[in-house]
Design a protein around this ligand. Structure first.
Ligand code: ATP
Length: 417
């Protein structure tokens, strides 16, 4: 399986495997990469290595040999992150975890790999392959699967590893919904019962808003966030996380419109902002206010939500706008991502106008700027601002097409005043 990895990554892993014994360590490829290799899926940039041995000794050696650099290090926990080429490689000392209280961060202790796998979330994420190499080449090694991950993958089963798992760490509920939706898995009976019990016990409420938010952001980055919402609804989880959000045919349609991107708008705004806006679009003003209050969102997202609250009231006015300048007047106060959300959230009548607005009209600059107007004799002050504004409107509506026409227009305005 390892030979499906990018050859450059194989070389890095081989180098790590050769260095490990020099500090009495053993290195294993673990987690999502092993799962995705088994499924034949593409491998992303995050690579997780479990180290039986001293990461604090091994990480600097490996980083140097790779020509990478260590970007994060937590010596007491024995973890280090190394950035090398396009990869972000996490080294973590194998450990057990003890959760003194539900949803709190665990106390950790070094432990053999088998116990490290057991403290993980789902069986399909609890498999490992030891790294061994000769002459700079990885050697084929068997899969270490003591918890039955392969069988669960084959049966498309989502299975928790022990019955306190969701109490220990309720973020696993959100991780489970993402995984199950992405990989089309169904919880086995015991896991389904644990999910229901954890939600009924209100464990999600024990998490800090920041931890939930991190998981929600990961959901936005999923290939099909609407499918995660649908599954999360089925579990009865969405309502506990974002009251008012639910999967509807309209939501699916909106996200499909975004995916199809008929008008070439998607590239104009960050995907995660548009996705967040589209998911939240149908929440009431009160529900959005509660959402803003509950989570400490980045300013960009807060602004987006505030923009959407007013923008979505404008759909009728936008449909009725008779000219580009009228549309500009309505949309100018709002950010591009918010208008992009409106574009994808709306159906046919508005889209041609919002797309031309975003691609052509919004970026349009009139042929003259403030300095040019001053050179033509306009005194600085509100009048200059007003003229610039009118000039932009006339340019948008095609009444002024070049600099000469713009200058003539300004002279005429001055003569008239
Ligand atoms: P993805 O494809 O979603 O990135 P991943 O499994 O690689 O999947 P990571 O968040 O990078 O996801 O986690 C790496 C591994 O660490 C997981 O596969 C799992 O074994 C373990 N893990 C991560 N988060 C938890 C958690 N909350 N509880 C238990 N184990 C976890």
């Amino acid at each position: 399986m390892l030979f499906r990895l990018d050859p450059a990554l194989q070389q890095l892993l081989a180098r790590a495997a050769e260095l490990a014994p020099t500090v009495d360590a053993t290195v294993w490829l673990v987690g999502g990469v092993v799962r995705d290799l088994l499924l034949g899926l593409p491998i992303g940039r995050d690579i997780d290595l479990a180290v039986e041995g001293d990461v604090n000794q091994l990480a600097p050696l490996v980083a140097e040999a790779w020509g990478g650099h260590i970007t994060a290090r937590h010596p007491p926990f024995g973890t280090a992150t190394i950035v090398v080429d396009q990869w972000l490689i996490d080294l973590a000392q194998t450990r057990t975890e003890r959760y003194p209280r539900p949803a709190m961060l665990p106390e950790v202790q070094p432990a053999p790999l088998a116990l490290d796998l057991y403290r993980r979330d789902y069986s399909i994420n609890a498999m490992a392959i030891q790294l061994a190499a000769r002459d700079g080449q990885l050697l084929p090694m068997p899969l270490f699967d003591p918890l039955g991950g392969v069988a669960d993958l084959a049966a498309r089963r989502l299975r928790l590893l022990h019955d306190q798992s969701l109490r220990d760490d309720p973020t696993r509920l959100l991780r489970g919904a993402r995984l199950a939706s992405r990989l089309d898995l169904t919880p086995d009976q015991a896991t389904a019962a644990q999910i229901a019990a954890a939600l009924a016990a209100g464990y999600l409420a024990l998490l800090t808003p920041e931890r939930i938010q991190t998981e929600l952001c990961l959901t936005l980055a999923e290939p099909d966030p609407a499918a995660v919402v649908a599954l999360s609804d089925q579990w009865g989880m969405t309502e506990q996380l974002i009251p008012g959000l639910r999967w509807t045919p309209a939501l699916a349609e909106r996200l499909a419109r975004y995916r199809n991107d008929e008008y070439g708008i998607a590239a104009l705004a960050p995907a995660e902002m548009v996705m967040a806006g589209l998911l939240l679009y149908d929440l009431s003003d009160d529900e959005l206010a509660m959402f803003l209050q509950r989570y400490h969102l980045p300013t960009t997202i807060r602004h987006l939500i505030n923009d959407l609250v007013s923008l979505r009231r404008l759909t009728a006015a936008l449909t009725a706008a008779a000219s580009p300048s009228e549309l500009d007047k309505l949309l100018q106060p709002y950010s591009v991502p918010a208008i992009a959300v409106l574009h994808f959230a709306s159906n046919a009548p508005i889209q041609p106008a919002t797309s031309r607005y975003l691609r052509e009209w919004r970026p349009l600059r009139p042929p003259l700027n403030g300095d040019d107007l001053r050179a033509l004799g306009v005194t600085p002050g509100p009048r200059l601002g007003q003229l610039l504004h009118e000039l932009r409107a006339a340019t948008l509506d095609g009444l002024i097409t070049d600099r000469a026409a713009a200058e003539q227009w300004v002279r005429q305005q001055l003569a008239n005043s």
